[in-house]
Design a protein around this ligand. Structure first.
Ligand code: COA
Length: 177
């Protein structure tokens, strides 16, 4: 079936939430996304300045999604690729590389200097990204620090105009970040 690529819209949120849940539930990621949490993460990212996102469709069905944001770095701009995933039954049929190719053409038009992504070493995505021309950045490391739960801790959702004082939501750290 013919593949079409277009910009993501808020109306895609339910279909994309289902896709994220399904794509990351299998080994080796085994992540426990609910559709509600996937939708929340997606909407957080869609509110960021510099957000770009695309969906891949076969007929009316969304089979792949890519989201991320443009970031200023000195005189240049980089693109932080946050999530790329394909419906499990449609993986290894060229959809991921079609979405990535589409993104790269958009970034070229916007004079973006570099595209980066974080993923786990053992993930299947590691091989995919290498085959698409990504290289491991040896001089960078990712550090993380667990925050113990506070007395009145909530589920961590941060929405517009809440206690953090920011107009837009803060990014959620993930197990892959
Ligand atoms: C990773 C993912 C996005 C790749 O998308 P895809 O549509 O399955 O990949 P493509 O069919 O476009 O593959 C393109 C090329 O990448 C390489 N590739 C794909 N999957 C690979 C894997 N698991 N290991 C090594 N190379 C791989 C192959 O060279 C492939 O070309 P070929 O089919 O001619 O051999 C998809 O498999 C996915 O959604 N995985 C689960 C979610 C995930 O891990 N996302 C990334 C998190 S950052």
């Amino acid at each position: 079936m013919e593949l079409t690529l277009r910009e993501i819209t808020p109306a895609d949120q339910n279909a994309v939430a289902k896709l994220i849940r399904a794509a990351f539930a299998s080994p080796p990621t085994n992540e426990n996304w609910t559709e509600e949490h996937a939708r929340e993460m997606l909407l957080e990212w869609m509110h960021f300045a510099g957000f770009l996102g695309y969906v891949a469709l076969e007929g009316p069905t969304i089979v792949g999604v890519l989201i991320g944001r443009l970031e200023r770095w000195e005189a240049k701009r980089f693109f932080h690729l946050k999530e790329l995933c394909v419906w499990p039954e449609r993986q290894h049929t060229g959809i991921g590389s079609a979405l990535l190719g589409h993104l790269e053409r958009q970034l070229q038009q916007r004079n973006v200097a570099k595209l980066y992504v974080q993923t786990t070493r053992e993930s299947t995505a590691h091989g995919f990204y290498r085959s698409c021309g990504f290289v491991t950045t040896e001089q960078l490391i990712v550090l993380s620090k667990p925050i113990p739960p506070g007395k009145n801790s909530s589920n961590g959702a941060v929405t517009n105009g809440t206690a953090n004082g920011f107009a837009t939501p803060l990014p959620a750290a993930t197990a892959r970040s």
